[in-house]
Design a binder for this molecule. Structure first.
Ligand SMILES: Cc1ncc(COP(=O)(O)O)c(C=O)c1O
Length: 465
């Protein structure tokens, strides 16, 4: 036990114990009280060590039962790494539009709508209906302020304060979803032809934005555990004039990686040295199964990080409500919001603010986290029955896993084959502009694994044999 801090010593001791299989998958660790006694540590120190191990995916907390050794992925890293190519214009495959038109990026069976509304969405709808009924006078004839409803911004500021980030309401701007926030951030910080660094594999929606804005993309290799590789990023910065960098430190798409704090500090130092805009896509943070990670923005001393997020993954895609903290670009962003959207719907914002203020959002998140965690485990259990050598990421949040199949499998060829059987897949090459990841797939666990979806997963597995 050689580390400086007591919590690190305990963290190392526990993680070594897990590696040496002193505790196996599913085993309960000694209680906090036992660990305090055994190691002569305070409760806060023990809790800190346990929470860090939980954030790394080694442990999972079960309410009232303690900490357990988490399920391990069928395989460990490394999963295929991308190469570094020079910047190029972003061009996105037509296939992506096909998948998006089928509304299928997050479901193998997009026609399976239906089912009952969850209780939290019923409550949300009631809050919105109440706000609508309260509409007064000629409200309906006027646009709301471009920065958005103050009550909603206050609730958002309170919400993120729990994650170590103090933000004033006048630094926030409400948007039409996270995609709109990302668009505003890119518009404010870049001009046509500029080079933007992205994680690889990374979110196709960003690649679509870069294409439309005629920006060049440079893909920086990312690992499934730790996100963007900072050594590779530094190499990129030395070689090319990068203007902005888009990252998802909390559960990046497609693999669900979590960027370690040391990498976050390094990213911010590099941003300062190379005068970069950092665009943080924080959309998945609230889906964390355990502790919600602090945002990169909380460490931003130089006002260079634009944080973008929305309610799409945490509550409802249909709200079309997101937000951006625009840092040094804030004033410009307000102006761009005005130009691109004029304003957001007043009653929708008021209804969501009320839903947050009465604690319903927090209750909803607690339930949803638990469900998503279970759905991830069910998905991984199914994937373990697939033939051949497959590798699967093990995210601690987000809505999807990244699956690496045998090298010879081409998921672009698999797409029409699966479609014939009514199954829509999201092939790996969509997460890059350089034709990589042909043998990879993203599979979502956003929806419950009912009989039909389980059947679709089985069918997919059979197509691989
Ligand atoms: C990583 C990421 N960012 C942004 C978005 C867009 O979110 P919104 O629906 O809020 O526009 C998505 C949607 O899939 C996403 O996965």
């Amino acid at each position: 036990m050689s580390s400086d801090y007591l919590y690190q010593q305990l963290e190392n001791w526990l993680s070594e114990g897990i590696k040496a299989q002193r505790w196996r998958t599913g085993d309960r660790l000694p209680s906090i009280r036992e660990l305090c006694k055994q190691h002569d540590l305070s409760k806060a120190t023990v809790q800190h060590a346990l929470q860090r191990l939980e954030a790394q995916g080694l442990l999972e907390a079960r309410p009232k039962a303690g900490y357990f050794v988490a399920l391990r992925s069928p395989v460990a890293e490394p999963i295929s790494r991308s190469r570094i190519d020079p910047p190029r214009p972003a061009t996105v495959s037509e296939l992506l539009l096909d998948i998006m038109r089928r509304s299928a990026a997050f479901d193998l069976l997009p026609d399976l709508h239906g089912g009952e509304l969850p209780a939290s969405i019923v409550t949300l709808n009631r809050s919105i209906a109440r706000a609508l009924r309260r509409q007064q006078g000629e409200d309906y004839q006027y646009y709301d302020d471009p920065e958005g409803n103050l009550a909603l911004r206050q609730q958002l500021a309170l919400h993120v304060a729990r994650r170590g980030w103090q933000v004033d309401t006048d630094q926030l701007c409400i948007t039409s979803g996270c995609q709109h926030a990302l668009f505003l951030a890119l518009m404010a910080s870049c001009k046509r032809g500029d080079v933007v660094a992205v994680e690889s594999p990374g979110f196709y929606g960003v690649l679509q934005l870069l294409e439309q804005l005629e920006l060049q993309v440079i893909e920086v290799p990312a690992t499934l555990a730790q996100g963007m590789d900072m050594d590779a990023f530094e190499e990129v910065l030395e070689r090319w004039p990068v203007k902005a960098c888009i990252v998802s430190p909390a559960f990046s798409t497609p693999g669900g990686s979590l960027m370690p704090e040391a990498s976050q500090h390094r990213l911010l130092d590099l941003a300062e040295s190379y005068d970069l805009a950092i665009i943080e896509d924080d959309i998945y943070a609230d889906t964390a199964f355990g502790v919600v990670p602090d945002p990169l923005k909380a460490l931003d001393r130089h006002n260079r990080v634009m944080l973008c997020s929305s309610f799409s993954k945490s509550l409802s895609r249909d709200l079309r409500l997101g937000w951006i903290a625009g840092a040094r670009w804030h004033t410009q962003i307000i102006c761009l919001k005005l130009v691109t959207q004029l304003a957001s719907s007043r009653y929708l914002q008021q209804g969501v603010a009320e839903f947050m203020a009465d604690g319903s959002f927090a209750t909803h998140l607690r339930r949803q986290r638990h469900e998503l965690h279970e759905r991830r485990d069910q998905l991984i259990a199914q994937l373990q029955t697939w033939p051949g050598d497959i590798r699967v990421s093990l995210p601690q949040g987000g809505l999807a896993v990244w699956v690496e199949l045998a090298e010879h499998i081409d998921t672009l060829k698999l797409y029409p084959q699966a479609l014939q059987q009514g199954v829509v897949i999201t092939p790996g090459p969509l997460f890059s502009v350089s034709g990589q990841f042909t043998h990879c797939l993203r599979i979502s666990f956003a929806h419950p694994w009912d009989e039909r979806r389980l059947k679709a997963l089985k069918q997919l597995g059979e197509m691989l044999s």
